[in-house]
Design a protein around this ligand. Structure first.
Ligand code: GLC
Ligand code: CA
Length: 550
C-alpha cells in the first residue's frame, strides 16, 4: 500500500547556518522564511529543521531545555508559526527534530532532580547512588558516561555530553510527558519527525562494566545502551500513542541496526516510516565511530555497502537515503578526492544516491557542491565531538598533525559553516562575522553564481523534477532496486524495476572515457547533453538513466 510520505523529497536545514535575518551572526527562523522561495524552486517538498527549541546550545540544540519554546537565537514562537504559514502557502511540509534520549542539564526537570532527590523528576533521569563511577561506559563524546552529582554520592548517566543527561524511559510518567509534548507539535500542524538517537533510549539493565576497548580503560556505551533488548516495547508504544494515530512520517536515526532488525523498525507494522542507515558513512573507520581508527577503502566498498543495505532494507520497507547531514563531512570531499571541484563528478555523485530506493534527503549546500575546508589548529573547531576526537587521538598516540588531519576530514564543522548565498563578505549569510567562520573557498560555490545554465544547483533542480514529474516517476519512486554488475572498475549501476518496467542507472566514477557494454539505448536523464548512449562509451564522470523497456 502506498504511503503519503513516499513521495517526499526532504531538504535538511541547519538553522544556525542557513540565513541570518537580524545581523547577530546566527541563522534564524526569519532567515529561513526569507529563503523559502529558493527552497520551493529547488523542488523539495519538505524541510527538516535540526532542533530550534530552547537550548543552551552545548550540542547545538540537541540539548533541549524547553520542548515548548523556540530558542531566542532562532526567534520566537510567533516567527515559527509564521514559518508554518509561509510553508503552507508554498506547499512545503516541515519535519521537526525530536530529541528524546536526553534533555539539557538546564531543563527544569533536571534542575529539579538535582535540587531535590525526592522529587518526581529525579526518576525522569538515570541516577545511580554510588561512591564511585557506576561502571566503565564511555560516552559518545568521550570520557566516562557518568557525572557525579555535587554534594551527593550519586551519578547521572549521559550518553552524549555532560550537559545532556539521559532520560529514564523506564518511567511511565516520563513517557507520558513525551507523548503529550509530541502531540502538542502535531496539533500545531507538524506531521513529520526525525527521531534523534532513538535506539539509545533503552539501556542494558545490568549496568555492568564490560571489556575495555580503549587506552582509557573504558568501553563504548553503544555496546550496552544502543539497540538493547526491550527497546522495541518503548518504540511500539511511542508509535501507537502519537505517530500512528496521526498518520505521521517518522525517520529514525538508528546507527548499528542489524539486518534482522529492519522488519521490526520499518516493516509493515514497524515502529517508524523510515530509518537512516549509517553503514556507508563509516567506510574509512575501523570501528565505526572512533575517528582515529582509519583504514584504506575504495569506491567499490562504498557501492558494495550501499547495494547490500538497499537490497536488505527494501525487503521490509523504506529508508531515508542521504550522503550528507549535519554530522557528516561533505560528500564531494569525501568521495571525490581530487575531483571535489569537478562539476560533472559532483552532479554524478548527487544522482548516484538520489535515484536509489527510499526518500531522498539533501543537506543544505549539497545542491551547490559545497566542500570540506581545512583548519590549521584545534582552536578553530567549534564542534564538541571534533574537539573530543582530537584529544582522544592524541591520547591514543597520534601526533598533533595526524590528529588534526583526522578531525579535519570528519569534523561535523565541515557541514556546519554558513550556507553560501553569494560571494560578498560573509557569503551573503549575514552582514556581521558569523558564529562559525566560512573560509574563503566556501564562496566558490554559492547560490547566486549558480543561477546559470548547467550549474550544479540547476542539475539538482532538474534531478528533483525528474523524480517527481517524468514518465518514469513511478519507477523511480516505487521501483525496487537491483544491483547491476558493470565489469568495469569504478563504474557502478543499479536497475529500478516496477512490475514489468525498468530503467538502468549507471555512474562513471572515472576521470576518463570508459567502455561499458550495458550502457546503451535511449538516455532518459543524464548529467551530459546526450539523447543516445554512444555505443557503450561513458564520458568522464557521466551518469545516465537508460530506458530498458524497448
Ligand atoms: C544525533 C545528532 C547529533 C547529536 C547527537 C546527540 O546523532 O544528529 O548532532 O550530537 O544525536 O543528540
Ligand atoms: Ca540571527
Amino acid at each position: 500500500m502506498k504511503k503519503w510520505w513516499q513521495n517526499e523529497i526532504v531538504y535538511q536545514i541547519y538553522p544556525r547556518s542557513f540565513k541570518d535575518s537580524n545581523s547577530d551572526g546566527y541563522g534564524d527562523i526569519n532567515g529561513i522564511i526569507s529563503k523559502l522561495d529558493y527552497i520551493k524552486k529547488l523542488g523539495v517538498t519538505m524541510i527538516w529543521l535540526t532542533p530550534v527549541y530552547k537550548s543552551p546550545m552545548a550540542d547545538n540544540g540537541y540539548d533541549i531545555s524547553d520542548y515548548y519554546y523556540i530558542n531566542e537565537e532562532f526567534g520566537t514562537m510567533e516567527d515559527f508559526d509564521k514559518l508554518i504559514d509561509e510553508c503552507n502557502i508554498r506547499d512545503i511540509k516541515i519535519m521537526m527534530d525530536m530529541v528524546l534520549n536526553h534533555t539539557s542539564d538546564e531543563h527544569p526537570w533536571f534542575k529539579e532532580a538535582l535540587k531535590d532527590p525526592t522529587s518526581k523528576y529525579h526518576d525522569y533521569y538515570i541516577f545511580k547512588a554510588s561512591k564511585e563511577v557506576p561502571n566503565n561506559w564511555r560516552g559518545q563524546f568521550g570520557g566516562s558516561a557518568w557525572e557525579k552529582v555535587d554534594g551527593r554520592d550519586e551519578y547521572y548517566l549521559h550518553t552524549y555530553h555532560i550537559k545532556q543527561p539521559d532520560l529514564n524511559w523506564e518511567n511511565p510518567k516520563l513517557r507520558e510527558e513525551i507523548y503529550k509534548m509530541i502531540q502538542w507539535w502535531i496539533d500545531k500542524g507538524i506531521k513529520a519527525f526525525r527521531l534523534d538517537a532513538i535506539n539509545h533510549i533503552k539501556k542494558n539493565p545490568s549496568y555492568a562494566s564490560i571489556e575495555p576497548d580503549g587506552y582509557d580503560g573504558l568501553a563504548a556505551i553503544k555496546k550496552m545502551g544502543r539497540n538493547q533488548e526491550g527497546l522495541g516495547e518503548f518504540l511500539t508504544e511511542l508509535n501507537e500513542r502519537v505517530f500512528k494515530p496521526n498518520n505521521c512520517m517518522t525517520v529514525a536515526e538508528t546507527a548499528g541496526l542489524t539486518n534482522e532488525m529492519y522488519k521490526d523498525f520499518i516493516g509493515k507494522d514497524g515502529y517508524f516510516s523510515l530509518v537512516f542507515d549509517f553503514r556507508h558513512t563509516a567506510l574509512e573507520l575501523e570501528s565505526g565511530s572512533e575517528w582515529y581508527s582509519r583504514k584504506e577503502w575504495e569506491l567499490k566498498d562504498l557501492n558494495d555497502t550501499l547495494m547490500e543495505t538497499q537490497t536488505n532494507i527494501q525487503k521490509y520497507g523504506w529508508s531515508g537515503i542521504y550522503f550528507e547531514n549535519h554530522d557528516q563531512p561533505r560528500s564531494t570531499s569525501k568521495y571525490l578526492g581530487n575531483y571535489d571541484e569537478n562539476e560533472d563528478a559532483i552532479k554524478m555523485l548527487g544522482a548516484y544516491f538520489f535515484f536509489m530506493h527510499g526518500v531522498p534527503f539533501i543537506y543544505q549546500g549539497q545542491e551547490l557542491g559545497m566542500k570540506n575546508f581545512v583548519r590549521k589548529s584545534i582552536e578553530d573547531f567549534d564542534d564538541i565531538d571534533s574537539i573530543n576526537q582530537y584529544h582522544r587521538a592524541i591520547n591514543e598516540g597520534y601526533s598533533e598533525e595526524e590528529a588534526l588531519f583526522i578531525v579535519n576530514s570528519r569534523s561535523r564543522d565541515n557541514a556546519r559553516v554558513p550556507f553560501a548565498w553569494d560571494d560578498s563578505s560573509y557569503v551573503g549569510f549575514s552582514d556581521v562575522n558569523p558564529w562559525l567562520m566560512p573560509l574563503d573557498d566556501n564562496s566558490k560555490h554559492n547560490a547566486k553564481s549558480e543561477e546559470k545554465e548547467n550549474s550544479i544547483l540547476n542539475f539538482y533542480r532538474s534531478m528533483i523534477d525528474f523524480r517527481k514529474n517524468s514518465d518514469i516517476s513511478e519507477i523511480l519512486i516505487y521501483g525496487k532496486l537491483e544491483p547491476v554488475e558493470t565489469k568495469t572498475k569504478d563504474v557502478f549501476a543499479y536497475r529500478r524495476k516496477l512490475d514489468s518496467k525498468s530503467v538502468l542507472c549507471i555512474f562513471n566514477f572515472n576521470d576518463k572515457d570508459v567502455n561499458v557494454e550495458i550502457n546503451k539505448g535511449e538516455i532518459l536523464f543524464s548529467n551530459y547533453h546526450m539523447e543516445q548512449a554512444q555505443e557503450g562509451t561513458l564520458k568522464p564522470f557521466q551518469m545516465n538513466i537508460l530506458d530498458e523497456n524497448n
